[in-house]
Ligand binder design. Structure first.
Ligand code: TXE
Length: 479
């Protein structure tokens, strides 16, 4: 399958004729090529977006809303095709792509299609000064959306939908590792009647295509999700040009389990929060802290459940854990397992590659549970982003709070307890953008989403995203 850029409503080969191989993680084979787009391709995308902006930014909210909801409906109507493409491109179980990724991509368009009709601005009457102020929320112009490989269409659309809903035109780049569903989205946008040039999708490496986008002097806002190092690099390039930035970066999220929790519910959810999507979600609870009084029981029960997870080909209905996204990523995760061993970590379960019959060159890894003796070891501090969790006991609320916060990241935290006062105390003090209590990954698209510390800056979701993609202008009228 050859993928093309989507510029001005049409599909194009890269102008330089440079291509990158696209791998199928389930068998390690190349199954297509994607453009490695140059500066010229990015410029073409920018010109198309710029030309579409005057008309799109003046399109009524009802009309924008209607088109976004139409895209959502078309994604739903094509969900099987999209889910199959996502699973093949990323290695995730088809069942997961069907249940989560594609429905959520459709929800993103529906949600922002509705949200834009409710996005209001304030007015302030300056009493005693005979004046009134009102605030316009104006579209920025041409904006960039750059997304990662772990939840390809889900995160791509999470940025594009609010950007275009707010009246901007977009130059977007999906991850070069998982480009297919973004490519298919172009067809859907045409079918839904999205005017040409409103959304332009350029494919290619971060260092070529991505770099050309972030360096473009007239792309005035960048919404990025990806690695923390890339986020820092983008910030450095963008700052002197005063671009607006939203950065959703890595996480090393604590999952804190107190003895008074609903045990079975916690156990079930903890298996999910550890290994869903092969552990490749920035929100996964990769550091498990368990109150000492239930530590041994938890360890036994957790390992028993983890052993039942089936690693297999993504298309099989029996598969719980599919393939990791790429060979370099598998190797990176394996390296962390070796580091854990050197650091006196005990591999309680897993740690090895899995050979799946018929797909021997696929990137499969056992779900891995590492018992660590100190929270300061490398595997407890650095983002691994694979099916690997650490576990260790704690003795008191103060101790666990200190360990939970002693990392450079601050994306999400999960807390399992039925003690209301403790819930309130800890939720206030956990250093993260999201705290889940007695649940995980329960998402309401209206809520602010994002992290603190090295997990990024800015918030996505709901009106936060619409605020990001608009400039507030105050108008003061003296009467
Ligand atoms: O991400 P990159 P990578 C973490 C995870 C993972 C690590 C590295 O720990 O192991 O990041 O993953 C584009 N200018 N997360 O290297 O490179 C790139 O093409 C502009 C967490 O795959 O950050 C892709 O579209 N763009 C994360 C996007 O950035 C550039 C999800 C993300 O890729 C660029 C994924 C540049 N110079 C990985 N360089 C999360 N927060 O969910 C790269 N890109």
């Amino acid at each position: 399958m050859n993928i093309q850029n989507y510029i001005n409503g049409q599909f194009h080969n890269p102008s330089s004729n440079n291509w990158i191989d696209n791998y199928n993680p389930s068998n390690g084979e190349v199954y297509g090529r994607i453009p490695n787009s140059s500066k010229d391709d990015v410029e073409n995308a920018y010109i198309a977006a710029k030309s579409a902006f005057p008309s799109w930014s003046q399109t009524t909210l009802e009309e924008r809303s209607r088109i976004l909801i139409k895209i959502s409906e078309l994604l739903e109507a094509n969900s099987q095709r999209f889910a199959e493409a996502e699973s093949k491109d990323n290695g995730k179980p088809l069942s997961l792509a069907k249940a989560i990724d594609i429905p959520r991509a459709a929800s993103n368009f529906r949600f922002f299609g509705n949200a834009i009709t409710q996005f209001a601005s304030e007015s302030h009457e300056s009493i005693g000064q005979d004046a009134i102020n009102y605030t316009l929320k104006q579209a920025i112009g041409v904006v960039a959306c750059i997304s990662p490989w772990n939840l390809p269409l889900y995160l791509f659309t999470w940025k594009i939908a609010p950007a275009i809903a707010a009246g901007n035109c977009v130059v977007a780049k999906p991850s070069e590792i998982t480009p297919v569903t973004a490519y298919l989205l172009g067809e859907i946008c045409n079918e839904a009647g999205l005017p040409k040039g409103v959304l332009n999708i350029v494919h290619g490496l971060g260092t070529t295509t991505g770099q050309a986008i972030i360096e473009h002097p007239d792309i005035k806002a960048i919404s990025f999700t990806g690695g923390t190092a890339t986020g820092a690099h983008i910030a450095k390039i963008a700052a002197p040009m005063f671009k607006k930035l939203s950065l959703e970066l890595g996480g090393k999220n604590p999952n804190i389990i107190f003895a008074d929790c609903d045990y079975n519910d916690m156990l079930e959810t903890t298996v999910r929060s550890s290994f869903a999507n092969q552990g490749q979600i920035c929100l996964c609870g990769s550091r498990i802290f368990v109150e000492a009084s239930i530590y041994e029981t938890f360890k036994t029960d957790f390992i028993k459940k983890v052993k039942q997870l089936k690693v297999g080909h993504p298309s099989k209905t029996s598969t719980n854990i599919g393939a990791l996204v790429s060979k370099p990523h598998l190797e990176k995760v394996m390296q962390y397992i070796n580091i854990a061993k050197e650091d006196n970590g005990t591999i309680l379960y897993g740690g090895n590659k899995v050979i799946v019959k018929g797909y021997e060159n696929g990137y499969y890894l056992e779900p891995t549970v590492i018992e660590v003796s100190t929270d300061e070891c490398k595997v407890n501090q650095e983002e691994i982003f694979g099916p690997v969790v650490t576990i260790m006991p704690f003795n008191s609320e103060d101790d666990v709070l200190q360990m939970a916060n002693k990392v450079k990241y601050g994306l999400s935290a999960t807390l399992w307890t039925n003690n209301l006062k403790r819930t309130m105390r800890m939720s206030n003090q956990l250093q993260s953008g999201i705290v889940w209590v007695n649940t995980w990954m329960l998402r309401d698209l209206r809520t602010p989403f994002g992290g603190i510390k090295n997990s990024g800056i800015g918030r996505e979701g709901g009106f936060e995203a619409l605020r990001f993609f608009t400039e507030a202008k105050n108008v003061c009228i003296k009467y």
